[in-house]
Design a protein. Structure first.
Length: 273
């Protein structure tokens, strides 16, 4: 059923570890009592993500069930396509009682009327919706880590294409633990030249970050964090979504893996030995 991208990594573990990476589901629902504008938006846009004969919700539930066969399941955002009561309730229903790791995409906090906005309003939406989104998930949606069979699996929010000072501190603390590290984010560390033209990445989008309202100091911090992670030997690779493409494209010698969209039945199965 799944279009599975299989990645094999060799860390010298005593026992193999298997990780399932899911991303970009784009559930889009509307209750009858929600606004006419949102219902119209949903009716027009939802068919874009119902291309596999199954609804995004059905695919996510089945993929999460499939994840029980793995040592760890990681979900890297864009589970829903925009903010709505129905979309948030659906995340609560599907994820309730499940063991997985998670970080945000950009669509979890995009308001329908801001959907095409590429300015500071994007960051404003994130601040507005953060507490409600955090209430859906048991772990920290900004930064989380878990030792899985001798591998330090980290999820970190970079959906606005930036790293924060808090994340920088947390990364250094995780490195100090001494385990090989895999970092899972929504936005890739960099963007291949053949990717969609309106996609951006953490390491190479200065002008885009300026439009988002980041200061030059914040942009420089993000560059410093990226340099730290790329140059740290214990960081063994990055996994991301966002592009709706499956590929591997190293950045400055560091392995970077892109996982395709779950609404297209794509996922990545990672085996580490």
């Amino acid at each position: 059923m799944w279009k599975a991208n299989k990645v094999s990594l060799h860390f010298g573990l005593e026992k193999p570890v298997r990780i399932l990476h899911l991303t970009d589901v784009h559930i889009l629902l509307a209750y009858d009592h929600e606004s006419d504008a949102h219902k119209s938006f949903t009716a027009k846009r939802a068919p874009l993500f119902e291309v596999s004969g199954r609804s995004p919700s059905e695919l996510l539930e089945e993929a999460m069930d499939y994840g029980k066969e793995f040592d760890c399941t990681v979900v890297t955002g864009d589970v829903v396509d925009c903010v709505s009561e129905a979309n948030y309730d659906e995340m609560r229903r599907i994820f309730s009682g499940r063991d997985f790791m998670f970080t945000l995409g950009s669509h979890e906090y995009i308001q329908m009327h801001r959907h095409e906005v590429r300015t500071h309003e994007h960051r404003d939406s994130k601040k507005e919706m953060w507490d409600e989104l955090q209430s859906i998930f048991s772990a920290d949606i900004g930064f989380d880590s878990r030792i899985v069979g001798g591998v330090n699996v980290i999820t970190a929010d970079n959906a606005t294409f930036a790293w924060s000072e808090v994340q920088y501190k947390r990364f250094r603390e995780e490195v100090a633990k001494g385990y090989p590290i895999l970092i899972f984010t929504h936005t890739p560390l960099h963007m291949p030249k053949n990717a969609a033209l309106d996609m951006y990445a953490t390491a190479d989008c200065h002008d885009h970050m300026v439009r988002y309202g980041f200061s030059e100091e914040e942009i420089q911090l993000s560059r410093e964090v990226t340099d730290y992670l790329v140059n740290e030997p214990l960081v063994r690779g990055f996994f991301a979504g966002h592009c709706h493409l499956t590929m591997e494209k190293p950045y400055r010698g560091k392995p970077c893996y892109f996982t395709g969209a779950l609404f297209q039945k794509e996922l990545t199965e990672i085996t580490i030995d």
